[in-house]
Design a protein around this ligand. Structure first.
Ligand SMILES: O=C(CO)COP(=O)(O)O
Length: 137
């Protein structure tokens, strides 16, 4: 069954999310994608991904994703939070990250961790170096 991945980025992190999703587009195309409203719109328009869009974060999008996650419907979360800007819906943000910890769902909150997760998500994607290729002539 296809993995169901949640993609969420705060405004100052949306450019980085678009770049990350472009880089891992081959992996993401093999998954079912769900995103908060504005993040999903940008991923669809700028990367060409098919994304199920929830409400925008401040309107409850994080909570909608958290509810799906609590139901066991989300396999992995990439949540690029902005650590420098206070958010009006901070309780919702914390609720989603907490739900990941409660249900032991992988959650990347920065690019470095996101790369590690995405590179492990689907076996044998083109960017993944096969162990067998190293000693080939
Ligand atoms: O605020 C967000 C996550 O907390 C993201 O929402 P948008 O993708 O709608 O900007």
């Amino acid at each position: 069954m296809k993995k169901r991945i949640a993609l969420i980025a705060h405004d100052h992190k949306k450019d980085e999310m678009v770049d990350l999703a472009s880089e891992y587009a081959d992996v993401l195309r093999q998954c079912v994608l769900v995103a908060t409203g504005t993040t999903g719109k940008r991923l669809a328009q700028e990367v060409g991904l098919t994304v199920e869009r929830k409400l925008s974060g401040p309107m409850g999008g994080d909570l909608q994703i958290g509810a799906e996650l609590a139901d066991g419907r989300i396999d992995c979360v990439i949540f690029l939070r902005d650590p420098m800007t206070p958010q009006p819906h901070e309780p919702d943000i914390n609720a989603l990250v907490r739900a990941c910890d409660v249900h032991d769902v992988p959650c990347a909150t920065n690019i470095a961790t996101a790369r590690l997760l995405l590179s492990q998500l689907v076996p044998h994607h083109p960017g993944h170096h096969s162990h067998h290729s190293h000693n080939q002539p």
